[in-house]
Write a protein of this length. Structure first.
Length: 206
């Protein structure tokens, strides 16, 4: 029986580096030209790679956009897990009291991501990317429901799940105001959003 060829660790690092560079350049280009105009040729030119090198990782520009969305959602979800770990000892009261912290960190991750604000917009405006956002929000809903449920033993799980699902959607839409040229004060948007989410969680406790 033939053995599978082992990948040289240095080759794996080069491949990850090339893929990440392609995504970084695609994110920057997305912010410059938008979803409709961005192309694989433009991304290759900006990243300094040949088209065959790009097609080793991605079949077309939409696969690149999907990968950009997944990378952003993964980084936001990693922040969620860190936030849950920080406040686990205080239960649902600690989570509710620190929601603004989570909202702020999520916004900062989006802003630090190459093209992050435009990726955020594309996830809402491009039907072919809907599944990335929806799947991420489903994972976050399940995670928060599991975290909240022990503090709400008398509340049916499906009630908690639906409340959390709505809170997540509201939180993402509200924080998009930070990047939409709305003219609203950043700190006020974050504080008001967190306050509304806190009230919805406290309502479950009552």
């Amino acid at each position: 029986m033939a053995r599978a060829k082992k990948e040289n660790p240095s080759q794996g690092k080069v491949r990850r580096s090339t893929r990440d560079r392609l995504l970084d350049m695609a994110g920057i280009l997305l912010s410059e030209v938008g979803v409709e105009r961005i192309s694989t040729n433009m991304i290759c030119e900006r990243a300094g790679v040949t088209p065959p090198a790009l097609y080793y990782y991605f079949a077309d520009k939409y696969e690149i956009l999907v990968a950009l969305g997944e990378r952003l959602m993964e980084r936001q979800n990693e922040a969620l897990m860190r936030w849950l770990a920080r406040h686990a000892g205080g239960g649902i009261d600690a989570y509710a009291a620190s929601l603004e912290e989570l909202l702020r960190e999520t916004a900062e991750i989006t802003e630090a991501e190459p093209g992050g604000i435009w990726i955020e917009r594309a996830l809402h405006a491009t039907p072919r990317l809907d599944h990335v956002r929806i799947e991420s929000h489903r994972i976050v809903t399940e995670t928060l429901t599991e975290a909240f449920a022990p503090s709400l033993p008398d509340i049916p799980r499906d009630v908690i799940w639906h409340r959390v699902r709505m809170l997540i959607e509201f939180g993402y839409v509200a924080t998009e105001l930070l990047h939409a040229g709305s003219g609203l004060d950043r700190d006020r948007v974050l504080a008001e959003t967190a306050r509304m989410q806190q009230l919805a969680i406290m309502d479950l406790q009552r």
